[in-house]
Design a protein around this ligand. Structure first.
Ligand SMILES: O=c1ccn([C@H]2C[C@H](O)[C@@H](COP(=O)(O)OP(=O)(O)OP(=O)(O)O)O2)c(=O)[nH]1
Length: 163
């Protein structure tokens, strides 16, 4: 799946949700930014990467991947809302062994930058760093795409069931 196809899938879901909730003309950027911050917090919680006080291991890989793709949904959705979906952004990177704590903190910072400047550059950097985090968590692009498709379907079903 190309990034263009990925944005197209997200666009269909977003439109469905907006229609379902009568929000077609609303500016949803701030809510989506907060939603993304919350999802990333949930992701960090499942990895337990910052819990120096605990010996409990991280959650199962599948759980972490599910949380990760919720973040992908909101990042793409914000990209669509800000009209960055036509840009040619490369997700392939050699990086990916960054310290998880640093990676999460960097991503939070980038979300703040994107909120302030709403620039294509800050969006691209956020998307890139999020996939580097994915790689550090052990996820290939294929893993992420499969899990994204599965969650996208769940999201449609939930809407159809009046979630
Ligand atoms: O405009 C939107 C709004 C939501 N979503 C997706 C993103 C994410 O995959 C899901 C919302 O997250 P989640 O499934 O965690 O929803 P929740 O309501 O927080 O779930 P729960 O009540 O189970 O915690 O909906 C979109 O793609 N576009």
């Amino acid at each position: 799946m190309t990034l263009t196809e990925w944005f197209a899938m997200q666009h269909e879901l977003d439109q469905y949700i907006e229609r379902e909730h009568g929000l077609e003309n609303e500016d949803l950027v701030e809510k989506k930014i907060l939603a993304l911050l919350v999802e990333i917090g949930e992701l960090a919680n499942e990895t337990r990467c910052f819990k120096f006080w605990s010996k409990k291991p991280a959650s199962e890989t599948d759980i972490i991947l599910e949380e990760f793709v919720d973040g992908v949904h909101f990042i793409l959705s914000i990209g669509l809302e800000l009209s960055f979906s036509e840009r040619d952004i490369s997700l392939v990177s050699t990086e990916g062994n960054e310290d998880l704590v640093q990676s999460f903190i960097k991503i939070y910072h980038l979300i703040g930058e994107l909120r302030l400047h709403r620039s294509a550059e800050s969006f691209e950097e956020l998307l890139r760093q999020y996939f580097i985090l994915g790689q550090s968590l052990g996820f290939s692009i294929d893993d992420v795409q499969s899990a994204y498709k599965a969650k996208n379907e769940v999201n449609f079903k939930r809407q159809q069931e009046g979630y």
